[in-house]
Design a protein around this ligand. Sequence first.
Ligand code: AMP
Length: 202
Amino acid sequence: MKSRHLVFLGPPASGKGTQGRRLADENGLAYLSTGALLRRALRDRTGLGEQARPYLDRGEYVPDEIMVPMVLAWVGEQKEGWLLDGFPRTVPQAEALDASVSEKPSAIILHVPDEELRRRVTCRLECLECHRVAREGEGEKCPKCGGVLAPRADDVSASFENRLAEYRRLVIPAITYYCDLQRARIVNGTGSPDEVYARVKG
Ligand code: AMP
C-alpha cells in the first residue's frame, strides 16, 4: 500500500466498513465512515442528523452541499494519512476532495455481485455505539466495546434497493473518474473477510 490517502468505494454491504477499518488500523491511518457519522448524528438528533434523516430514511444519498464541507473539514484536521469509507459517492464529491488536498487519494473499489449483497444485508448487524460491523455468530454484544449489536434501519429491503440504484447512478461515475485518472484498484469483495483483506492489502 503506497498511498497514505485512501478512499473506499463499493455498493452497500460490500464490506467497505470491515475492510476499511482494518486497513486503517493496521497502517495507522485516521478512519472516517460517513455513513456511521450520519447514523450517529441521527441517533443523537443533532442538526446534521435532522438534515440527513429524510434522505437516509428513503435510502437516498445526502446532498453534496451537506457532505462535502463536513468531510473536507475532517480531512483538513488530519496531520497524517487517512482513509475515507463511503466518501466520495459522486463525481462532484471526488472533484472537491481532489481540489482540497495536495497528495491525491487512491481509490479501492470493492466489487460484489448484487445477489451476494442482498444475502448479506438480510443478516448484517452493526454496533450501535462504535458502528463496527459484527461478524456472524458474535451474539448480541459488540466484542470490542460492549455496545448492542442491531440491524441497521436502512437495511430494510426497499431502502436497500434504493441505495443500490443510487450506487449505480452516482457512484459508478465516481469510480470511472478514478479509473480515468489511473488511481483506482478494483478488488474482488467475495469470500471471507480474511480472504478479501488479503486482496485489499495488495
Ligand atoms: P454507508 O454506511 O456507507 O452504507 O452509508 C449509509 C448512508 O449514508 C448512505 O446510503 C447515504 O444515504 C448516506 N451517505 C454516506 N456517505 C455519503 C456520501 N458520501 N454522500 C451522500 N450520502 C452518503
